[in-house]
Design a protein around this ligand. Structure first.
Ligand SMILES: Nc1nc2c(ncn2[C@@H]2O[C@H](COP(=O)(O)OP(=O)(O)OP(=O)(O)O)[C@@H](O)[C@H]2O)c(=O)[nH]1
Ligand SMILES: [Mg+2]
Length: 570
C-alpha cells in the first residue's frame, strides 16, 4: 500500500475496467478492444505527478529535494551547482542512469553523481549529459511523484537557463523556490510570468526561513503574495520552509516540525490524488464509456441474432458484412486524405523557415555591425570571442520568437484539421451504427469519439562555434586591419549558423508532425475498428454461450452508468 490512499473514484474506475476485461476473457470481444482496455488500465496505474523544482540559482532547490527525501542525494553548495536536469523517481534500488546527448545510457552509483550534474565537475556540460534519472526508495516518491531538479535560471551559466526552459513543457506542476534573501527579484517575477503559460499548476516556496524571525517571515510572505498578485497569479499558494531544518529533522527522525515541510508534503500528495488523479480518472472513464457502449451495442445485436432463424441470420450477416467492408474502405480513404493535409502543413513550415532565414541574414549582420562599433577597444581573439557570443545569442533569438509563433500557427492548423477528421470519422461510425441498428431493429445512440491531435515539442538548439582562433601571423596586424578582418570572419558565419539551425528545426518539426499524424490516424482507425470487430465477433459467435448474452447487457449497463458518473466534472 502506498502512502497515498486510492480515491473512491479511482477504485470504481479500476473495477469497471476489470469487469470489461473479464468479459473479454470470456471471449465476448476482440483483440483491438482488449488492447484498448489494457492501455486504459496502464494509463490509470501510471498516475504520476511530474513536479519540477524551479528557481533562480542558489535558492535551495536541490536542498529542498534532499530534505523531501530525507537524505543528501543531490549536490548542493554556495556556487551555482546543478547543471543538468535530474529526475528522481521511485525505485527499490538507489541508483542513477546518465542519458547522453548521443543517445547512450550509463548506470552509475549515486556516490559519483556530482561528477555528472555539477557545474564544477562538468563545466558547461562538456560531458554532454542530456539528463539524469535517479531511482530512490522513498515513500514520498512511491505515491507516484517524480521530482525534477533543474539548473538555476538567471545563472551566470547561460546554458543552464536554456536547459531548464527547454524542459518545462513536460511537467504537470512546479514548485518555484524563492528565499528570504530577498523574497523575489525582478528576474524571478519575469520568470514566474513566463511559467504561467507552460505549467498547469505552480506552487511557491519561500525557503531558508531559519534565516529570519517568525515576524519577518510573515511580512515577507505578505510581500511575496502581493508581488505574485501584481503579476496576475490567481490565489498563489505560498509555503514556507527551511530545507536545512527539514533535512536535520528527518535525519534525527523525531521532533516537532518547525521547518514547514509536513504542510507542504501533505498538499503535494493531495494535489496528486485529488486534482491530477481526478482529471486522469475522468479521461479514462470517457474512453471506457466508449468501449462499454460499443460492447453493449454489439451484445444487443448478438441477443437479437439468437432469436433469428438461420436463413434470416445469414441474410442479415451478409448485409452487415457489406456495411463493415464499406466502412473500412471509407476509413482508409480518410487516412490518405489526412496524410495529404499533413504534407501541406509540413510544406508551409518549410516555406516559413526559409523566409525567416532570408529575412534574418541582413538583420543579424546589421546588429553584429552595431555591436562591433560599440566595442571599439576590443581586437584580435578577444573581439572574436565577444562577437561570437553576441552572434549566438542573436541566432537563438531569431528562432526562439519564430518557433513560438510557428507553434501557435501549427497548433491552430492541426486543431482545425483534427476537428474535421474526427467529425468525418464520427459520421462514418454513426452511419454504420444506424444501418446496423436498422438491420437488427434495435435503437442506436451514437457516442462521438474524441481524439485531439497534438504535437509535442522537444526542440534543442545547437549553437556551434563560428569563430575559430586566428592564425598567429594575423595577430601582428595593426588594429585598424585586424578588427575588420575579425568582423568579416564572423559575418561569413552568419548564414551558416542560421542554415544549420534551420535544418535542425525543419527536421524536428517534420519528425514531430509525422509521429503525431501517425498516432492520430491510428487512434481514428482503432475507434472504428473497435465497433467493426465487436460486431463481427458477436455475429459469428451465435452458438457459444447462449445464456451469456443477456447478463452481458445488464453488466454493461452497470459499467456504462458508473463510467458516465465518473466522466462528469465534479
Ligand atoms: N540557511 C539555510 N541555507 C539553505 C537552506 N536551503 C539551502 N541552503 C543553502 O543555500 C545554498 C544553495 O543551496 P542549493 O540547494 O545548492 O541551491 P540550488 O537552488 O539547488 O542551486 P543551483 O543548483 O546552483 O541553482 C547552499 O549553501 C545551501 O546549504 C535553508 O533552508 N536554510
Ligand atoms: Mg541545485
Amino acid at each position: 500500500m502506498t502512502i497515498v490512499d486510492k480515491s473512491v473514484e479511482r477504485l470504481s474506475m479500476e473495477s469497471a475496467l476489470h469487469t470489461l476485461l473479464r468479459m473479454e476473457d470470456c471471449g465476448a470481444g476482440n483483440g483491438g478492444l482488449r488492447e484498448k482496455l489494457l492501455s486504459l488500465e496502464k494509463k490509470l496505474a501510471s498516475n504520476q505527478l511530474h513536479l519540477a523544482v524551479l528557481g533562480q540559482m542558489k535558492r535551495g532547490k536541490s536542498s529542498f529535494i534532499n530534505a523531501l527525501l530525507g537524505t543528501e542525494i543531490l549536490p548542493t553548495g554556495v556556487l551555482p551547482v546543478t547543471s543538468v536536469i535530474t529526475e528522481i523517481r521511485y525505485g527499490v534500488v538507489p541508483e542513477a542512469a546518465i542519458f547522453y546527448r548521443t543517445g547512450q545510457r550509463e548506470k552509475i552509483a549515486l556516490s559519483v553523481l556530482a561528477d555528472y550534474i555539477t557545474e564544477s565537475a562538468n563545466p558547461g556540460n562538456k560531458k554532454r549529459v542530456a539528463s539524469v534519472e535517479i531511482s530512490y526508495p522513498s515513500t514520498f516518491l512511491e505515491a507516484g511523484i517524480v521530482l525534477i531538479d533543474t539548473p538555476g535560471i538567471g545563472s551566470t551559466h547561460a546554458h543552464n537557463t536554456r536547459t531548464t526552459e527547454s524542459y518545462l513543457q513536460q511537467v504537470d506542476a512546479a514548485i518555484v523556490v524563492l528565499s528570504v534573501d530577498p523574497p523575489i527579484t525582478e528576474i524571478e517575477s519575469q520568470f514566474v510570468k513566463s511559467l504561467k503559460e507552460d505549467i498547469p499548476k505552480l506552487f511557491f516556496l519561500l525557503n531558508k526561513t531559519d534565516l529570519a524571525s517568525a515576524a519577518e517571515v510573515s511580512n515577507l510572505g505578505c510581500f511575496l503574495r502581493d508581488e505574485l498578485t501584481r503579476i496576475q497569479m490567481e490565489s498563489p499558494e505560498v509555503f514556507f520552509l527551511s530545507a536545512r531544518r527539514a533535512l536535520q529533522r528527518k535525519r534525527d527522525g523525531a521532533g516537532e516540525d518547525l521547518s514547514g515541510m509536513q504542510t507542504l508534503e501533505r498538499r503535494l500528495r493531495n494535489f496528486l490524488l485529488e486534482e491530477k488523479g481526478q482529471v486522469l480518472v475522468r479521461s479514462v472513464a470517457m474512453d471506457t464509456l466508449q468501449v462499454a457502449r460499443t460492447l453493449k451495442f454489439a451484445a444487443v445485436i448478438g441477443t437479437r441474432a439468437q432469436a433469428l432463424s438461420p436463413q434470416e441470420l445469414d441474410r442479415k450477416r451478409m448485409a452487415l458484412d457489406h456495411l463493415l467492408v464499406q466502412t473500412e474502405v471509407e476509413v482508409r480513404e480518410l487516412g490518405v486524405l489526412l496524410r495529404q493535409h499533413a504534407a501541406e502543413i509540413v510544406a508551409r513550415v518549410e516555406g516559413d523557415l526559409t523566409a525567416r532565414v532570408e529575412a534574418s541574414v541582413p538583420r543579424v549582420r546589421q546588429h553584429l555591425k552595431s555591436f562591433y562599433s560599440l566595442h571599439a577597444k576590443a581586437t584580435g581573439q578577444a573581439l572574436g570571442a565577444l562577437l561570437e557570443s553576441f552572434l549566438i545569442q542573436e541566432v537563438d533569438g531569431v528562432f526562439r520568437c519564430w518557433r513560438l509563433q510557428e507553434d501557435a500557427k501549427i497548433e491552430a492548423q492541426l486543431g482545425t484539421l483534427s476537428g474535421r477528421f474526427v467529425a468525418h470519422t464520427n459520421a462514418i461510425l454513426e452511419r454504420l451504427e444506424k444501418a446496423a441498428g436498422l438491420l437488427f431493429e434495435i435503437p442506436v445512440e451514437h457516442v462521438s469519439i474524441q481524439c485531439p491531435l497534438r504535437v509535442e515539442s522537444h526542440l534543442y538548439y545547437k549553437v556551434e562555434r563560428v569563430f575559430h582562433s586566428l592564425d598567429s601571423f594575423l595577430l601582428v596586424l595593426p588594429r585598424f586591419l585586424l578588427r575588420p578582418l575579425v568582423l568579416r570572419r564572423l559575418e561569413g558565419g552568419i548564414r551558416r549558423l542560421l542554415d544549420m539551425n534551420a535544418g535542425r528545426i525543419r527536421y524536428d518539426y517534420l519528425e514531430r508532425l509525422r509521429a503525431s499524424m501517425a498516432e492520430f490516424e491510428q487512434e481514428l482507425c482503432a475507434a472504428v475498428g473497435m465497433v467493426t470487430e465487436s460486431l463481427r465477433s458477436v455475429l459469428y459467435k451465435r452458438n457459444h454461450g447462449n445464456q451469456r448474452e443477456t447478463p452481458a447487457v445488464a453488466i454493461l449497463d452497470a459499467v456504462i452508468q458508473d463510467c458516465s458518473q465518473l466522466s462528469l466534472d465534479s
